[in-house]
Write a protein that binds this ligand. Sequence first.
Ligand SMILES: NC(=O)c1ccc[n+]([C@@H]2O[C@H](COP(=O)([O-])OP(=O)(O)OC[C@H]3O[C@@H](n4cnc5c(N)ncnc54)[C@H](O)[C@@H]3O)[C@@H](O)[C@H]2O)c1
Length: 325
Amino acid sequence: MIILNEQEMWRCVSLDEIMGGIERAYEIHRAGNYVMPDRYVAGRDGNLMLYMPCFIDGAVGTKMLAEFPGNPAKGLPYLSGLMIVNDGETGTTKAILDGSVLTAMRTGASGGVAVKYLSAEHASSVGMVGCGTQGLHQLLFACHVRPITHIYLYDAYRKDYGPFMEKLRAKLDRPGIEITPCRDTRELAEKSQILISATQTTDPLYPDDEKLLEGKCFVAIGSWRPERRELPDAVSRLVKNVYTEMPYACEESGDLKIPLDTGVLIMDRVKYMEDLIADCKGGNPHPQNATTWFKSVGMGLYDITVADLICRKAEELGIGQRVQW
Ligand SMILES: NC(=O)c1ccc[n+]([C@@H]2O[C@H](COP(=O)([O-])OP(=O)(O)OC[C@H]3O[C@@H](n4cnc5c(N)ncnc54)[C@H](O)[C@@H]3O)[C@@H](O)[C@H]2O)c1
């Protein structure tokens, strides 16, 4: 069995390979060649444990994440956890990975894939609401797939953006990108062509203003509970369709459930990333410069396709700590 820490996981795979893992997850989902129960969530006193098993050909993965909202005030990460990879034939444990690093990698890559298929090819500005772990990785992938020259930041609880900007500069694979904090989300939306959010908010982050939000590419990562919502109704009104991972997202996320319940959005306009990608690959690209929206709740298939890739590379390259039970 191999145990892999953060540095070792990043040494195994490139950004393009991680995004390849996400596109493979969409292909497997579209073909129906997997077993993935709905995420099981156990909770106590506002603290949550998430269990996400998934079978694909050749491998089984289970991610366990702890989401403890009081952690940031204690200087600890909001999310932590483990990913266990089992052999698909024997069930033997093949590897244990850092679950929070895997989450940031695959969630960042799912945002990157959405930006690649839904944003204007020459988009040069991106706004990030929520400057935490997911925010950092969303920006890393967005800047990898688009010729970004300006990043705009907003975080309701961050007074000093210095440490976040330092971490971001160290991770970006291109130098010279200008990074600017904004005073509010209106300023951020005015300046950015791509708008990404990764927060725990229950109230929409942007003003409900169609004029302000028209023509932007939205990637909404944060809400995976029915009471949490990042985007205002204006986005539902502006887009032709919203793209997500699977039908379950409509129950799980307030970003979809609330506008569906109030009739601002209808089910016929909820579409799936896997079909959009298949369409694009079949020669039907998405129209550029329209308002577009990817709503992510994440899925165990992302975890196992990316973790499986990391395990194979770790075996091939001799990376990680070998452990005998
Ligand atoms: N879609 C997915 O697959 C997926 C994966 C992982 C995490 N998430 C979700 O993404 C969210 C962020 O996760 P994280 O690990 O980055 O957490 P984090 O605590 O590291 O970062 C969140 C940031 O958002 C900021 N924030 C919170 N409320 C805000 C508001 N109203 N306005 C502006 N900024 C605000 C916080 O100050 C913090 O800096 C969580 O809700 C998490 O559950 C989704």
